[in-house]
Design a protein around this ligand. Structure first.
Ligand code: SAH
Length: 345
């Protein structure tokens, strides 16, 4: 089976060339409005015809949890019965959707729940578009856009699903569709250096974020296996080239882990590492996922950020939203899978 949301409007017009030309736009609108066949005004005969080869709505809501702060965490089911997460965050400067790019993840970061059961498969561009459509429709009227920003910071490594993420960028910025401004999209990577170079050539105006989480390679290797492949120096060089090509400031994510990366010495090393780079550092407090890694206290986190600021580094402590509803990457999915497995055994 193929997925209709994998195609741009232009491609749909070609695929549906046997039907009157306005039908392609109708299908495209149905995708954006998260409608399945029965909810469209397509003729019955066309629906029967399409159903043989194509899925119209590949993503559906499995469960929604709403946090005290209004954050909504979605557990979504795919057409092949996998589960993926998506988060809707209410923010003063426009709502944000945090989206997954893969089912599971194979990067193996020690602190991250998304990677616990490895990678199941990539999400297609159309599935990612459909995730946005489903969450958007659940937060207001179908035909309106109820969010401003999208961050690819859910489960999965976007640059490990490079081709689909690039295709998704084409779909989500389409003027006939959600028409999201490139400037309102952030992609977070654990630092796949070859892909950073490849992506910078595409000249997208998006914000590139890199999960750094350590200031030396040896420490980074203990929490992020990708550090065995690429050094911090190589990441910084790739980002310097990205900033040069795209004229966009890059963002580092730095998750504070008690006694691993949270000393003032780390702050000083961060200053050194980022000296020649137009960047901002988003400091995050670890949301412990049951492993041995512990969170730095809020108080110490503020002191760490103040130290960075005193050193002249642009850095802020990211407000944690939805921590009462398994807000961090992959936690809700991991818990739900655990429950389902227990029931079945
Ligand atoms: N694979 C990509 C995007 C997904 S993770 C990447 O590594 O950037 C998005 C961000 O959430 C990353 O910075 C990640 O390191 C962070 N994160 C994952 N688990 C976390 C946890 N338990 N507590 C705090 N931040 C976490």
């Amino acid at each position: 089976m193929k997925i209709l949301s994998d195609y741009s409007l232009l491609e749909l017009k070609q695929i549906l060339a046997d039907f009157p030309s306005f039908r392609a736009k109708q299908v495209f609108d149905a995708i954006i409005q998260a409608k399945d066949y029965s909810e469209t005004n397509l003729p019955k005969s066309m629906i029967e015809n399409l159903k043989k080869d194509f899925i119209l709505k590949p993503i559906n809501i499995y469960k929604v949890l709403t946090s005290k702060d209004g954050t909504k965490k979605y557990l979504l089911s795919t057409y092949d019965n996998n589960l993926v997460e998506c988060v809707f965050l209410h923010q003063d400067y426009g709502n944000t959707i945090c989206m997954s790019t893969q089912i599971g993840c194979r990067m193996g970061c020690k602190f991250c729940a998304s990677t616990l059961n490895g990678l199941i498969r990539n999400l297609s561009a159309g599935e990612m578009l459909s995730m946005i459509a489903v969450v958007n429709a659940d937060n207001g009227k179908n035909s309106e856009r109820n969010f401003t920003n999208i961050v690819l910071m859910g489960s999965g490594e976007p640059f490990d699903n490079y081709a689909n993420v690039v295709k998704w960028l084409e779909l989500i910025t389409d003027k006939d569709g959600f028409n999201v401004s490139e400037r309102n999209i952030s992609i977070s990577t654990c630092g796949l250096v070859d892909k950073i170079y490849e992506f910078s050539k595409l000249n997208y105006n998006i914000t590139l974020c890199v999960s750094l989480h350590a200031t030396d390679d040896e420490t980074r290797k203990t929490i992020m296996p990708i550090a065995n492949k690429y050094s911090i120096d190589e990441i910084i060089k790739a980002l310097q080239s990205y900033v040069k090509e795209n004229k966009r400031r890059v963002v580092f994510e730095y998750c504070l882990i008690k006694d691993v990366n949270d000393s003032f010495q780390n702050a000083e090393r961060l200053k050194k590492l980022t000296e020649n780079l137009n960047c901002h550092i988003n400091v995050i407090c670890l949301n412990p996922n049951g492993g041995t890694l512990k969170a730095t206290t809020k108080h110490e986190a503020y002191a760490f950020v103040k130290k960075l600021n005193d050193l002249g580094v642009s850095a802020t402590l990211r407000r944690s939203q939805g921590s009462d509803i398994e807000g961090a990457c992959g936690m809700l999915r991991a818990k739900t899978l655990n429950k389902i497995n227990k029931k079945n055994s």
